[in-house]
Design a binder for this molecule. Structure first.
Ligand code: MG
Length: 250
């Protein structure tokens, strides 16, 4: 299944993509799917971020090579931080670079969208709690992150978390190629097979500490190759089996 959230009559509406059409749902896709009879051409739809995040739980340094480029070794456990809900941005939404930020970085990542309330989930049961997978850009004001000595301001500015274009279920998150392109040039190339902590174990680790709600998002960490973006740039995050998330910096 490929779940999208579109804007219909000014309101968000969930749907399922079948070929080139979006078949709209009565509610959300977290429990039982109930179609409302609506059908729209995908190309005519305005896509919204396919999640209902009360929080985005992010993993820092989940690829050893990225940990090294940040000047250290990978920690022996997942280091978590939160992006606040104000960061959620649409597929093709513009990312505003505030004037006081001198270095704005892309971080292409695989995102997990949570299907049902999850607390104390065992790794072997992780799939029961996952709606599916999508692309995410963990936009980071690197200079602010370093200046502040902790990450809240640098990671949680408005619109700093584009998510989409859709959520794909029935996908094995264990070996997906991930590519980030800046103005068409490849800048990051990774594979989720290289995760230090894989998705099932991440879900066990996170839910031992905090409850995940339906529509919450887990950002699983970025591969090596992070770098800066400036207004006018276009950044794409492409993940095998999902598609392309493309955003403009303004
Ligand atoms: Mg990140």
């Amino acid at each position: 299944m490929k779940y999208v959230k579109i804007e219909r009559n000014g309101q968000p509406c969930w749907g399922v993509v079948k070929e080139d059409s979006v078949h709209t749902l009565k509610g959300d896709p977290y429990k039982t799917l109930e179609y409302d009879g609506g059908s729209y051409e995908l190309s005519s739809c305005k896509l919204l971020a396919p999640c209902d995040a009360t929080k985005v739980v992010c993993v820092g340094k989940n690829y050893a090579e990225h940990a090294r480029e940040m000047g250290g070794e990978a920690p022996g456990f997942p280091v978590l931080f939160i992006k606040a809900p104000n960061t959620i941005n649409a597929p093709e939404g513009a990312v505003h670079a505030p004037g006081f930020v001198s270095r704005l970085d892309y971080e292409g990542e695989l995102a997990v969208v949570v299907k049902r309330r999850a607390k104390d989930v065992k790794a072997k049961d992780f799939a029961d709690y996952v709606l599916g997978y999508t692309c995410l850009n963990d936009v980071t004001a690197r200079d602010i992150q370093q200046h502040d000595g902790q990450w809240s301001r640098g990671k949680s500015m408005d619109g700093f978390c584009p998510v989409g274009p859709w959520v794909v279920s029935e996908l094995d998150p264990g070996a997906l190629a991930l590519t980030t392109r800046l103005n068409g040039k490849t800048v990051q190339q990774g594979n989720t097979a290289d995760f230090i902590t894989a998705v099932p174990q991440l879900i066990e680790f996170i839910t031992a500490a905090m409850t995940l709600e339906p529509g919450d998002v887990i950002a699983t960490g970025t591969p090596a190759g992070i770098g800066p973006m400036v207004p006018g740039d276009a950044v794409e995050v492409e993940i095998e089996g999902i598609g392309v998330l493309k955003n403009q910096i303004i």
